[in-house]
Design a protein around this ligand. Structure first.
Ligand SMILES: Nc1nc2c(c(=O)[nH]1)N[C@H]1C(S)=C(S)[C@@H](COP(=O)(O)OP(=O)(O)OC[C@H]3O[C@@H](n4cnc5c(N)ncnc54)[C@H](O)[C@@H]3O)O[C@H]1N2
Ligand code: MOO
Length: 444
């Protein structure tokens, strides 16, 4: 709560361009130190080591089919009319460590993935045989538990097989000592698959930043609870936590903090232990209850403490940025971005400033959303001079066009929910002719 009736400042404040603010923020953000993480915790992160293959993949010659491991000469010239009749010496299941030697006139029944036994030169799929039944071509094998006799007796082979047919050679995927993944690779499911396959339980990556999100305002009630007079539901802490997760961060959503500077300071201090980045919403304008400004201004003192500024943009004019926590640069020091409370302002500010911060911390390129040029058939009647306007729009990729959704008001959350893009109208633009071209920030 403000303790003074005077305006916070009486001298004219400088207005920052969007690009100046962004440069200042990103210029002071460093990628997080790499750590060793388990594979699924490393998903979406960037690898900081070259990973080499310790043992060949596959680690041994193995069958790619359920069938019989045989000698080539024994099945040469075989046909359904004149089958090669071989003695079945046993089963080799995937995972078998003990392998029988296949001699002349013999066959070992083998399963997909099982090691090629010594003496065998090729694999005959079960469909090319009678499956040991003495009848016509088999369509498959009976389960060993119900038909154990399949591992013995005789098998009639109906077709010849070339040397090493249906054999997956040791190292045919990747050889021992070869590079599996190079540093700088972002780990998606296929990369995690490879790491697991070569036996890596953990990898060295830049971690996802832990982002603490808190909204401020005594009027805020959690969704799911009824509203009293003058109250509204807290949407920003959900928006920003969801956006942080979408950008790749681990988000911790702290519910709304009341408009009391001491409470907010205590909450921030409590949260620092788990924060690589803090994001607040609300309380940064010029009102008497603008608690973030009040709390953080008096928390400062050192050179990089939170500074509040006005940006030449709409929505998102008032912004705060700086560092909070141990001023000696200890572990509990983290950057904080204070975003304006209007819901659309908070979201647009996140997209423009916080998302690039998260991606910079993760070391992942590109840090910015994709910007493309599109035609705007409707045009825009008016845009504030001197401010870069970010209107919500629906971009149609097929038509290469964008249409504004809702108006410029920074409380219009339904329109935001139906938008998939931001239409950018530069500072000097005051209107856009129908059919004019605009830059569009794609949100998905
Ligand atoms: N005299 C002036 N008044 C305002 C100015 C100005 O320059 N001079 N700037 C306006 C602009 S632009 C913005 S943006 C807002 C920013 O205000 P604050 O950051 O201090 O935000 P609050 O006052 O706390 O809230 C603004 C608005 O948003 C609603 N809100 C806040 N938090 C949430 C939330 N978590 N979920 C949903 N809605 C939220 C809040 O109830 C207010 O309606 O200041 C303008 N005023
Ligand atoms: O600039 Mo405010 O952020 O319009 O709503």
């Amino acid at each position: 709560m403000s303790s003074t009736a005077e305006p916070a400042t009486s001298r004219p404040e400088r207005t920052w361009l969007v690009s100046e603010h962004l440069d200042d923020v990103l210029g002071r953000i460093r990628p997080l130190d790499p750590i060793e993480l388990r594979l699924l915790d490393a998903q979406g992160c960037i690898l900081v080591e070259d990973v080499t293959v310790p043992v060949a993949l596959p680690p041994f010659d193995n069958s790619s089919m359920d069938g019989y491991a045989v000698r080539v000469a024994d099945v040469a010239g075989a046909s359904e009319e004149f089958p090669a009749v071989l003695t079945v010496i046993g089963d080799i299941a995937a995972g078998s460590g003990q392998l029988p030697r296949v001699g002349p006139g013999q066959a070992a029944r083998i399963m997909t993935g099982a090691p090629l036994p010594p003496g065998a030169e090729t694999i005959v799929p079960v469909e090319w045989t009678d499956g040991g039944t003495g009848g016509g071509p088999a369509s498959g094998m009976h389960a060993h538990s119900t038909a154990p006799e399949g591992a013995s007796g005789e098998v009639r082979v109906h077709r010849p097989a070339a040397v090493r047919a249906h054999v997956r050679a040791k190292g045919s995927d990747v050889g021992a000592g070869e590079l599996a993944l190079h540093a700088g690779t972002v780990l998606g499911p296929p990369q995690i698959s490879l790491l697991a396959a070569i036996g890596r339980g953990t990898v060295r990556v830049r971690p996802r930043p832990r982002v603490v999100v808190m909204s401020t305002g005594s009027e805020l009630i959690p969704p799911g609870q009824p509203l009293g007079p003058g109250q509204i539901h807290d949407s920003n802490s959900f928006t920003l936590a969801a956006a942080a997760q979408d950008a790749g961060a681990i988000a911790y959503r702290v519910g709304a903090v009341t408009d009391d500077a001491a409470t907010l300071r205590a909450t921030i201090e409590d949260q620092l232990i788990r924060a690589d980045l803090l994001v607040t919403s609300g309380g940064v304008s010029v009102g008497a209850y603008d608690v973030v400004k009040e709390a953080l201004t008096s928390m400062g003192g050192d050179t990089d403490s939170v500074e509040f500024r006005k940006l030449a943009m709409q929505p998102g004019k008032p912004q705060g940025f700086g560092f909070v926590g141990d001023s000696d640069g200890g572990r509990d020091r983290a950057p904080l971005l204070a975003l304006p409370g209007n819901p659309v302002s908070a979201y647009v500010s996140f997209e423009l400033f916080v998302r690039p911060v998260i991606r910079t911390m993760m070391g992942i390129e590109p840090v910015h959303r994709r910007v493309i040029s599109a035609v705007c058939p409707e045009g825009v009647e008016s845009s504030l001079p001197g401010r870069r306007q970010f209107l919500r729009g629906r971009y149609d990729a097929d038509a290469g066009s964008v249409t504004p959704v809702g108006g410029a008001g920074s409380h219009l959350v339904r329109a935001l929910a139906h938008a998939n893009a931001l239409i950018v109208l530069p500072e000097e633009t005051t209107e856009l002719e129908p059919g004019g071209m605009v830059d569009v920030v794609l949100l998905d």
